[in-house]
Structure formats: C-alpha cells, structure tokens
Design a binder for this molecule. Sequence first.
Ligand SMILES: [Zn+2]
Length: 339
Amino acid sequence: MTESGIIGMLHLMGVRNMRVNSAGTGVQADCPFARWRHSDGMDRKPSFSIKIDNSEKSVGYCFACHTSGTLMQIVKDYGDLTYAENVIEYIWENENYKEEYRDKSWGRRLDWKKAKWLLGDEGRGIIAPTPIEEVVFDESKVATIPWDNIERFLKSIPQYVLNRGITKETAQVFRLGYDKRRLSVLMPVIDRKNRLVGITHRAIRPSETLPKYLYNKGFHKMNFLYGENLITQERGDIVLVEGQFDVLKVYQTGLNTAGTIGSYLADIQARKLIELLPRDSKIIIMMDGDVAGKKLTDIAYEKLKEKVPCIKRFVPEGKDPGDLSEKQIIELVNRNELK
Ligand SMILES: [Zn+2]
C-alpha cells in the first residue's frame, strides 16, 4: 500500500504518532495493538513498522508485541478486537476499572466505511462490524435466538438467586436458568415482542479472570432494556435501574422496572422507555449508589426529562437497588423530595 494509504489506515486505527523513515521505504508508528498486547497498554517507541510498497501486501511488524502480518490481516485483527469489546462488556467489581473501561470503549473505533474505501476491493470482503452509534434500530431486523439453544439450562434455578432475595416465581417469570458447567446464572434477555434476543451469563463466583457478566456474541445490549417484555399498564411507574438483579428485586415490589444492562442509557433505550411508559405514569431513576450510578442518573434524567415525567432517587452509598428489601425500595420510591 502507498504511504498515504498506510498513514490513513493507521489513523483510522487510532494511531496518532507515526512517521515515514528517511529512506521512504516504510512507516514507523505506535503499535495499534498496544492497548491489548503491550504490558502497560501503551507504546512510546514507536515499535510498529510497516513497509511501503505498491502491492496490496504491505507487511507490518511490532518489535514490542511481535504482532505481524499484511496490512489486511492487521486491520482485520484490530477490527475483531474492537468488535469483541462492543459485544462483551466486562463489568468488574472494581469501579475504577469500570470507569476506565467505559472511557476506552466509547473512544477509538475503526470507521469501517473509511477503512473499506482505503482498502479498495479487497477490503470490501471483510465483514465489517458496525459501530453501535451508527446503528439505526429496526426492530424487524433484530437477531433472535431460538429458545431451544438454552432450554436445557432452564430446568433449574441456582440457590445463589434465591439467596439474593429473588423468589422462585420471579425467577420463573424472567425465565432464569443455571449453567452448571460455567457456574453461572443464565439470564435471557427478552424484548418487548417477546423474542429471545440475548443471553447473559452472570458468574456466581466472578474473579480476576472471570467477568461478572458475559453476553453472547452479537448481542447489542444498547438496543434493549432488561425486563422490557414485562412492562404492563397495570404496574404503572417504571423504576429504571442498572443491573439485572436490580430489575428482579424491583419487579417483586409490583412496580414496572427496566434495566439499562450497563452503565449507560443509549438513545434507543431511552426511546423505548418513553414508548413503554404506561399512561399517567412516571419514570423513577434509581441507579447504583456509586460514582458511575450518579453519572448515569444524570445521563438518564437529561435524556428523559423533556419527554416524560421523571424523578431521581438515590440508593445509599455502596448499595445497589438489588441489595434493598422490597419495603425499602417502595419507601425510597415514595419519599417526598421536599422532606
Ligand atoms: Zn505491539
């Protein structure tokens, strides 16, 4: 690939530090994979070099992490890594990590339209992951999963769920299951058209190597609200929470509830909430009692306040709504803001 093609390509991969070598035969750049493959997540050398030639096969190599391949392979590799981040969110106990991760995940993503243009015909063959922000949500095109795929897990409920104050009835309503091999609670995500659209594995014993939540590949959590299938006119106000267990607990109070499935409320989710809100009802924003939860409260409030009646409620510091009893949730919901 030509010099300008290589520079354009690296730029799309988020690389800002690059230069052409003095002989004009190659480009030296910060390694596009540093974030994943360098021990400190950075490259200050720069360590990555790629050969300029007029064939399609410019070869690149990193002296630090030893990633190598043709530019095409490198682009595909990079695309797979960023795509994986879009579909599998690692929500750790450590809030700092959560924050740091979130900032990264909203940042650099390969712009595939531009990438394809640069790569020409060969590039068009790559299955392009679409950045979530650009997805126009068409409910008729949602990828659904056959129930058969998970039927075998739905025969039992782990004791862990009951220990968290969730009743058997609630577990059945949400169709929770138990994946004994992975030691996780299986939590189907069912959309408002009652289709199985995602599968969550909630690790019963999360660890440094095992994230708390894992989603199936291809699940765009920002298109759905956990519990959206169960919102009814009779239940009235919708309590908006973050996590799946918060949804289960609030459901037991008799109110409507929906979960953002993560620390963000996407536009599609906000639009759905507005559409699903029963007549003469309001949205009660009740996020986790931590820094991320407070930020999300503001994000949600700003997106919703002009369109629907909406109030904020704060759970005690360090707690999630799922940690509260049904009585405490109701008290918090009904608390007079002026007191
Ligand atoms: Zn490298």
